[in-house]
Design a protein around this ligand. Structure first.
Ligand code: GLN
Length: 489
């Protein structure tokens, strides 16, 4: 079985036609996982027994001709900030070490209903704060294209699990780029759905007005299959809109879209900031491909883009400081109590001081400061105003165009250690992604070529940004590009 060429679509067909069994498929991927994991460190927990038992159940159900979901027998990995009943959920933090989820996140219940086979939990930057997966409290995940480089983050483990054929798809979360950027660094497809499209019930919250669950896959069609399975209304999360309804999406996106009718916007600001010249060339040649296919491409402007990262790094820490207040040393496993403790206050201090790594501590302090009386107006309210301006920049742009094209990241995968001591440099990695979250939109990252660094090929991603809830057009466009552009390469 050549795992490198397998997709969900192809594997599902092989399984349905009984050319392979779910157990055979699971074993092939588990073998690959065991072979690659020591070098790549993508997983925090692997549930081999459970995976094989589920695969057996799928085979049995098929034998008995019982009803099976489309993802029946398909192996997948889950970022460790998404709850799976009975399994650890650390969010990459010592403060949650030993915590076991007592229920399934809605996205997991839906995948269970679809009979997908879970392989385990993947590594991430602590509480999904980061852009390299180096900020996990447990280990640093490596980029499969060059193990001396980062896979991106914060969902680096999930991206690597798919890129290195350790599973067929993976779930991640994207609050400021954590799906799109690692997808770009690892050469796979990553979808950050619109705010309100997928339930966050059972997701360990980072910043509730920006968080969203999405997926990594090998192809755009595969990403659409996973997205349509997990999306839609949920009684446990009132932020999911009734508009988030995508029946038959994965089929619709493969029907030929008339690129000649497509109006594409390219923000001029995307190329004014320090973008790597090789990355720029690849993005420009991708835009050329669309022009040659007949799409109308025009320059647009997002004048407030330059304020996006500073505003994001006020809003996110403010919301994170509120969300992370629950890890108090009382309710979760880590509790640093001592003989001389004088009440809760001391336990709180000790537990948080030892349980949180440097990045959460930094953000909790920034967030608390920005929300404190006297500073609230100067920072938090102002950042919210900037957010509204960014939203209205997009709204104006979308009056003239259908979608936006641009880079995902200003550079390809950087070296492990290169930015770890410079938080601002790490924050600037979000320059092209964070604004999509600020405007509650959806964004797709898909491979558009390679650059060469020190003799190694490094993948680069193209970003397609769509109107709120218009994932269909984004995915259909991505699908066309993937077929047409790859054929040229
Ligand atoms: N790099 C961003 C941050 O550190 C991404 C966060 C995310 O999307 N989870 O905030």
């Amino acid at each position: 079985m050549e795992l490198g060429k397998l997709t969900i679509k192809k594997a599902a067909k092989l399984l349905q036609e009984k050319q392979i069994s779910a157990v055979e498929l699971a074993k092939a991927y588990l073998e690959k996982l065991k072979q690659k994991e020591p070098e790549l460190d993508a997983f925090l927990h692997v549930c081999e027994k459970q995976a094989l038992a589920k695969a057996e159940e799928v085979d049995l159900k098929r034998q008995r001709r019982e009803k099976l979901g489309f993802l029946a027998g398909i192996p997948y990995a889950v970022k460790d900030n998404i709850l799976v009943q009975g399994m650890q959920a650390t969010a990459g933090s010592k403060i949650l070490e030993g915590y076991q989820a007592s229920y399934d996140a809605t996205v997991i219940s839906r995948l269970k209903q679809a009979d997908a086979v879970i392989f385990g939990k993947t590594n991430l930057d602590e509480f999904a704060m980061g852009a390299s997966t180096e900020q996990s409290a447990f280990k640093t995940t490596k980029n499969p294209w060059d193990v001396s480089r980062v896979p991106g983050g914060s969902s680096g483990g999930s991206a690597v699990a798919v890129a290195a054929n350790m599973s067929l798809f993976a779930l991640g979360t994207d609050t400021g780029g954590s799906i799109r950027q690692p997808a770009s660094f690892c050469g796979i497809v990553g979808l950050r759905p619109s705010y309100g499209a997928v339930s966050r019930h059972g997701i360990i919250s980072l910043a509730s007005s920006l968080d969203q669950v999405g997926c990594f896959a090998k192809t755009v069609e595969d990403a659409a299959i996973v997205f349509e399975t997990i999306a839609g209304k949920d009684g446990f999360d009132s932020t999911v809109s009734p508009k988030a309804f995508y029946p038959g999406l994965s089929e619709k996106i493969t029907k030929t879209l008339d690129l000649k009718k497509l109006k594409i916007g390219v923000p001029k600001e995307f190329f004014e900031l320090g973008i790597d010249p090789d990355v720029k060339k690849l993005i420009e040649s991708s835009i050329d491909w669309f022009m040659q296919a007949g799409a109308k491409v025009q320059e647009i402007s997002l004048p407030h883009m330059k304020y996006s990262v500073p505003a994001y790094y006020i809003i996110l820490p403010a919301e994170a400081s509120a969300n992370l207040a629950r890890y108090d040393g009382i309710r979760y496993p880590l509790s640093k109590r001592g003989e001389s403790d004088r009440g809760f206050r001391e336990i709180y201090f000790k537990t948080k001081g030892r349980g949180f790594g440097p990045e959460p501590r930094r953000r909790i302090m920034i967030g608390t400061f920005c929300l404190s009386s006297g500073y609230y107006d100067a920072y938090y309210s102002r950042a919210q105003k900037v957010r509204r301006l960014i939203k209205s920049d997009f709204e104006k742009a979308f009056e003239k165009i259908d979608l936006i094209l641009g880079p995902v990241s200003p550079y390809p995968a950087f070296r492990i250690g290169e930015k770890i001591n410079d938080p601002v440099a790490m924050y600037l990695a979000d320059i092209y992604t964070g604004l999509v979250n600020m405007a509650s939109l959806n964004g797709l990252s898909l491979p558009c070529g390679f650059v060469e660094r020190e003799g190694k090929k490094l993948p680069v991603g193209l970003q397609i940004i769509g109107k709120h809830f218009n994932e269909e057009l984004v995915l259909a466009t991505g699908h066309q590009f993937e077929r047409g552009h790859a054929a040229l390469a």
